[in-house]
Design a protein around this ligand. Structure first.
Ligand code: FES
Ligand SMILES: [Fe+2]
Length: 412
């Protein structure tokens, strides 16, 4: 941690981080241990594995986790590491198997993680002691969360509590995957996360998103409430008052949750808001019209957009008719991956009620553009001429993100 404390001395509030934060491999491995492996990470939607034996593999940094539904219908997560000599067991991204057979010497494990067969082992070898190592897992509203901590992780109920009301309104447990897409990004994960903490870049980088969203939202709320100058924020909140009143009358949520000081001290960074898309648009689509049937507890379209952020590694956006799960993964010092999973009502029929390419249009083009601007950022940041720049008043959530990052790096 010597390096981190040393680097921290070179940070000046209001500016971006010094270059070494993005290029030092010791810092990167400390970040994995101190931050990434301690968070509850949203990794997928449960509808991906409906039947016993169905599994998928979640890979991030050096870790690979098998999430599998057992014959007892319980979903469990295991390290994809054979207990014989450590080989990867599942080499495919997903599948369905009665037994997980290691490709090295064919030790085989049940879908519940028990070792079932191992040839020529000494007489005193006890199979029951050599099952797969389990990883912390929680299913919440159909979303699969894992925690890579080797110790007891933060209590999940406490973690999810402030986000519950909004999540339960959108009923992701009654949805299914419409389409999914990966965006490999040649950049340090912090550049990927920082980019998602500000919408200062939106008018230049995202014409499609800015065409559907109210332009005042882009400034005042694009990266969440409180991330724009006070004047713009106040004007925007004033403008949407009638819509918020309407929500209250209809019993649809419009609350905001900002992380508390107490939460931040524990290393948390959760967020919720719900605002109108604006411009008379009902959904975040190319033409602003709905792309699927209503989701969750909505009785009618009200053109709202919900943002629920679990931590900087995962968040969900919801319109009235679909949801988008954003999963941000560190891969190595200069490699990351963004994965988007779009959800629709579980009753909606493909090509009848929704077309995957219409549901995914806005966030697909937007994320593809984000990949390019993040990679440009990484390339320039590697220059010998780089020095930290001054953040605008429309990027205050980046400073908040740094505070969250420093807090986690320094927690015992
Ligand atoms: S390493 Fe898996 S069976 Fe040998
Ligand atoms: Fe963006």
């Amino acid at each position: 941690m010597l390096e981190f404390n040393h680097l921290l001395k070179n940070y000046q509030e209001g500016k971006t981080l010094p270059q070494d934060f993005y290029t030092d491999s010791n810092i990167f491995s400390e970040e994995m241990k101190r931050i990434y492996f301690k968070q509850w990470l949203m990794v997928d939607h449960i509808s991906r594995i409906p039947n016993p034996g169905d599994y998928f593999v979640f890979d991030a940094e050096k870790e690979s986790i098998i999430v599998i539904r057992g014959r007892d219908n319980e979903v469990r997560a295991f390290y994809n590491v054979c207990t014989h000599r450590g080989s990867r067991i599942c080499l495919d991204e997903e599948g369905s198997k009665k037994l997980l057979v290691c490709p090295y010497h064919a030790w085989s494990f049940s879908a519940e993680g028990e070792l079932k067969a191992a040839r020529f082992m000494p007489e005193d070898f006890k199979k029951e002691e050599w099952g797969l190592r389990e990883c912390h897992l929680k299913i919440y509203e159909g979303l699969v969360f894992i925690n890579l901590s080797l110790d007891e992780p933060m209590n999940f109920d406490e973690f999810i509590e402030p986000l519950k009301e909004m999540m339960e309104f959108h009923q992701t447990s009654k949805s299914k995957i419409a389409i999914r897409k990966k965006y490999p990004t040649h950049a340090n994960f912090k550049l990927v996360l920082e980019n998602f903490q500000e919408c200062y870049h939106c008018p230049t980088a995202h014409p499609e998103l800015c065409a559907v969203q109210d332009k005042d939202w882009v400034v005042a709320m694009g990266a969440g409430i409180g991330t724009a100058p006070q004047k713009e924020t106040d004007e925007y909140l004033n403008k949407i008052k009638p819509w918020v009143e309407e929500c209250k009358k209809n019993g649809t949520p419009s609350e905001v949750y900002l992380e508390t000081d107490e939460g931040l001290k524990k290393g948390l960074n959760r967020y919720v808001d719900r605002t109108p898309i604006g411009n008379g648009n009902l959904s975040q689509t190319k033409d602003g019209k709905p792309a699927s049937s209503l989701m969750g507890q909505f009785k009618d379209f009200d053109g709202g957009l919900t943002q629920v952020s679990f931590n900087p590694f995962g968040c969900c956006y919801f319109t009235n008719d679909f949801g988008v799960m954003f999963i941000f993964k560190p891969i190595s010092l200069l490699e990351s991956e963004v994965e988007l999973i779009w959800l629709v009502n579980e009753e909606a029929e493909k090509n009848k009620d929704f077309k995957p390419e219409e549901v995914s249009y806005i966030w697909d083009v937007t994320t593809a553009h984000d990949t390019t601007i993040i990679e440009n950022n990484q390339e320039g940041l590697l220059s010998q001429s780089f020095k930290p720049g001054v953040l605008s008043e429309n990027e205050s959530a980046v400073t908040y993100f740094y505070n969250w990052y420093f807090t986690n790096m320094q927690l015992p």
